[in-house]
Design a protein around this ligand. Structure first.
Ligand SMILES: Cc1cc2nc3c(=O)[nH]c(=O)nc-3n(C[C@H](O)[C@H](O)[C@H](O)COP(=O)(O)OP(=O)(O)OC[C@H]3O[C@@H](n4cnc5c(N)ncnc54)[C@H](O)[C@@H]3O)c2cc1C
Length: 439
């Protein structure tokens, strides 16, 4: 299956273009070689360099080519699964500790951005999770009492009658406002993190795909597109851009289902018009099965609208059209609005709905952020750095989690089609006011 297309580069690349000029020889040796220069890899590199390690980060394409500069820039506390699901698998105590990693990751990334002085339009906007049907609203209200409040999540139920303060649409039935969530410009965050890692002494190189590795003695011999490198430790941070260059990593690779996520950006609408549609100025997500996530651009002039246009490969025009229909289903007044940019990126889902980090066959790994990694990816990159350095912070609640395989990739198209049909049925069954238009 091939997913890759885009009308333009991601909107974020205008303010933070990816660097193209990575050439020349790589060092022959390094303490730690990190595969992937996204949030996970760079955060790991920054911490290790500060702890005095010699670090080389290599990316198959330009540093930042992956999801880290393609996402919606919504910063939250990122688990997909709730306490009930996790406690069935790992027991109540472990589940509680894993849940608390959500707020910890959010606090970590906000602190990282402030401490490093990264200018990336970080703003405590809050996030409005909109209920797409009365049934969903009742479920959200229950979640607030049973899932969120017990974990200290700062959130508020917004009734349908007050919803107009947050968003100008009749397509929702109230929702939850997460007051501690943030917005940022992911391109500028990535750029700042890259600079911080380099300033700390890490080397970051693009166009150096890792193609194979083995460990004949105490060091790894890593083959890259720009020559071999010897490394004492290797970290795998490729998330949805997973590449198979090591059998040892197979259990991790098999536990990730790469999926495309798409974003479109409108023409310049003007801050008044955007504000009239989104008076709360929040980050927005809804509860439809094929959910939408959207926001004003950091300058407040445009709307950036994201969603999973499809679980199956789509042509560029089809995906853009679908997302436009997702958008006009919520804001009919945007029917004639021009879409100026569209792009896609890969996320990676795990079966238990949480990220995983650990070591397999001597290779460190972190990933599986289930589309919610702007906080969790830097956080787990940092945790892996602590483990490599063997510091007191090297123990993590994620240590007890288990990798669960998805069915083989060649069954995916059939499975994905079935999931899409199930989503359509579920939205109808739940009385969703503005069902996703799948034409
Ligand atoms: C469209 C979209 C919207 C999203 N919106 C949000 C959001 O609003 N909020 C949120 O919290 N999360 C969001 N996410 C998820 C978030 O962006 C990711 O979870 C996070 O960026 C993952 O970071 P990473 O460093 O692990 O992986 P990536 O940033 O994907 O980096 C992986 C890198 O590994 C490299 N690589 C792969 N194979 C090799 C190899 N063999 N050798 C060398 N390098 C290799 C790739 O080139 C890539 O650059 C979104 C994702 C997408 C795609």
């Amino acid at each position: 299956m091939t997913w890759h297309f885009e009308k333009d580069a991601p909107y974020w690349h205008q303010a933070a273009p990816l660097e193209q000029d990575n050439e020349g020889a790589l060092p022959e040796k390094t303490d730690v070689l990190i595969v992937g220069a996204g949030f996970t890899g760079l955060s790991c590199a920054l911490e290790l360099a500060r702890l005095g390690r010699d670090v080389l980060v290599v990316d198959a394409k330009e540093p930042g080519h992956g999801a880290s500069t393609r996402n919606g820039g919504m910063v939250g506390w990122g688990h997909r699964s709730g306490f009930d699901v996790l406690s069935k698998q790992y027991g109540a105590e472990a589940a509680r500790a894993i849940m608390m990693e959500g707020p910890a990751s959010l606090a970590f990334v906000v602190d990282l951005i402030k401490r490093e002085g990264i200018e990336c339009a970080l703003e405590n906007t809050g996030r409005f999770l909109a209920a797409a049907s009365p049934k969903h609203f009742e479920r959200l209200k229950k979640d607030v009492e049973t899932v969120f409040r017990p974990f200290g999540v700062n959130c508020r139920i917004i009734d349908a009658k007050d919803q107009g303060n947050e968003i100008a649409t009749d397509a929702y039935c109230g929702g939850i406002l997460y007051e501690d969530h943030y917005a940022m410009h992911p391109g500028l965050f990535h750029k700042g993190l890259l600079a911080a890692a380099r300033n700390a002494g890490a080397r970051v190189e693009g166009h150096a795909a890792v193609t194979a590795l083995d460990r004949p003695d105490r060091s790894w011999r890593v083959n890259t597109a720009r020559g071999p490198v010897e490394a004492r430790e290797v970290v795998y941070a490729a998330n949805g851009y997973a590449a198979s260059f090591s059998k040892a990593l197979k259990p991790f690779a098999d536990s990730l289902m790469p999926l495309p996520s798409f974003i479109i950006g409108t023409e310049r609408l003007g801050t008044n018009r955007v504000r009239a549609l989104m008076p709360g100025g929040r980050m927005y997500v809804d509860t439809r099965s094929s959910y939408s996530y959207y926001r004003p651009s950091p300058d407040g002039e445009r709307i950036l609208w994201g969603g999973r246009a499809s679980l199956l490969p789509l042509k560029e025009e089809q995906a853009t059209d679908r997302l436009r229909r997702h958008m006009t289903g919520i804001f009919p007044s945007l029917a004639d609005t021009k879409i100026e940019t569209s792009w896609t990126g890969h996320i990676a889902y795990t079966r238990d709905g949480i990220a995983h980090a650990g070591q397999l066959g001597g290779i460190w790994y972190a990933g599986g952020y289930c589309g919610s990694g702007t906080a969790m990816a830097p956080y787990l990159g940092w945790q892996i750095a602590q483990k490599i350095a063997g510091t007191a912070k090297a123990v993590s609640p994620f240590d007890v989690t288990r990798l669960r395989r998805w069915p083989p990739q060649n069954l995916f198209p059939l499975g994905r089609r079935a999931v899409e049909l199930w989503h359509r049925y579920k939205d109808r069954r739940d009385g969703v006011l503005a069902p996703v238009d799948y034409r």
